[in-house]
Ligand binder design. Sequence first.
Ligand code: OOG
Ligand code: MG
Length: 262
Amino acid sequence: MVLVKGADTEIIEYLLHAEREVCEVVKVTDQYPELTVADAYVLQKKLVHRKIVEGSKRVGVKLGLTSKAKQQMMGINEAIYGYLVSDMLALEWEPVKYDQFIHPKVEPEIAFLMGEDLQGTNITAEDVMKATKYVTPALEVIDSRYLNFKFTLPDVIADNCSSARFILGSKWVDPMRVDLAKVGMVMSKNGEMATVGTGAAVLGHPASAIAWAVNKLGMQNEGLKKGDIVLSGALSEAIAFQTGDSIIAQFDGLGSVSMFCK
Ligand code: OOG
Ligand code: MG
């Protein structure tokens, strides 16, 4: 850890404050340019732990930067993971409130519900599929706490991968009944097509992306738990939205999920 004693607490307070006060802040690496990816995961874990101590519950894990397009955009070749906690869960029938966000974007994802615990360092996509009870369409609202949504890899990891909210579809599907790599998706904003994508955009297959995250967690002696929700990563780029916008993502064979912003 390159951080001097006490700096980790300071950074966590800084990021939590930005989130709670809905204000963007200068990225952490401006002050700590030597911050590594490993340091950033330590900060992330402490930040999530703070939320849990304050009453949130861990409900699962999310993946990010799983598409080659997004990785190339950032000049990196690795995905990232973060944690989902209970107060990020938004409901499809309840509008999300714009004033709770800094500069939100929404992206379409496939969510997995784990039917079994899964931990290890040699986990395959097949293991993930076997341990999954259901999949459902999801929308993730990302809201980087950093100025202009700009950051380096350690910054975004420390910021729990920009996570803000997620909405799950109401239909859960047996994962063996759909070819998740081939699933096509169209996301529309106010009735007009905004982005398209396929399951294969997520590291070839969403379950491969999750296997990657499980193996990373495994190295920290952690894993997925039965009942965990896992957001496997965006199938397309994220789009900005404003008050009054409605978003719907329709997935072949999985159904749809929608969001209204008030
Ligand atoms: C990082 C989070 C990305 C995804 O699905 O790729 C993410 C960001 O782009 O702000 O959640
Ligand atoms: Mg995402």
